[in-house]
Design a protein around this ligand. Structure first.
Ligand code: TYD
Length: 134
C-alpha cells in the first residue's frame, strides 16, 4: 500500500512550534483544495469512500483520530496524533476516519477541486474498481 505518514517539518521554539506544507514539496502533488473536519460528535466516523483521481494529505491539526485505509486486499490503520504528521493517501484507496478525540480538527489537502463523480461510495463497487485496475 503506497499510503504513508509523512513527517512534516517542525520548527521548535520556546514561543510555540511551527510546521508547514508546500505543494510538490512535503506533499507529492499540487494542492488545489483544502477542507477541514471539526465538531465531530463522539463515536462518529467520516470518509467511508475512495477517490478515483484525487490524492490527499490529512493532518490532525488538533487532537487525534485514526484512519483505516484499504486497498481492496489489505487494511491498515494509521493513528494521527501529532500536528506534524501528514498521512498521504493516493487515489484508489478506501478510507474511513474514526476514533476522533474531543475537539479534534482534521485538515485535508487535496489534489483536485471537489467533484462528486470522483467518489466511489459503495464498497462493492470499490472492490470491482480495484479488480478492473489490476
Ligand atoms: P464527504 O467527502 O462525503 O465527507 P467525509 O468524507 O469527510 O465524510 O462530504 C460530505 C458532503 O460535503 C458531501 O455532500 C459533499 C460536500 N463537500 C463539498 O461540497 N465540498 C468538499 O470539498 C467536500 C470535501 C465535501
Amino acid at each position: 500500500m503506497n499510503c504513508k505518514i509523512i513527517d512534516l517539518p517542525k520548527i521548535e521554539d520556546p514561543r510555540g512550534n511551527l510546521s508547514f506544507i508546500e505543494d510538490n514539496n512535503q506533499v507529492p502533488f499540487k494542492i488545489e483544495r483544502a477542507y477541514w473536519i471539526y465538531d465531530v460528535p463522539g463515536g462518529q466516523m467520516r470518509g467511508g469512500h475512495a477517490f478515483k483521481k484525487q490524492n490527499e494529505l490529512i493532518v490532525a491539526l488538533s487532537g487525534s483520530f485514526d484512519i483505516l485505509v484499504d486497498d481492496g486486499k489489505e487494511k491498515s490503520i494509521f493513528s494521527l496524533n501529532r500536528s506534524y504528521y501528514g498521512l498521504f493517501i493516493p487515489a484508489g484507496l478506501w478510507r474511513q476516519m474514526q476514533n476522533f478525540s474531543t475537539n479534534s480538527l482534521a485538515l485535508v489537502l487535496s489534489s483536485t477541486h471537489y467533484s462528486e463523480t470522483d467518489y466511489i461510495r459503495d464498497y462493492r463497487e470499490f472492490l470491482k474498481y480495484v479488480k478492473s485496475h489490476e
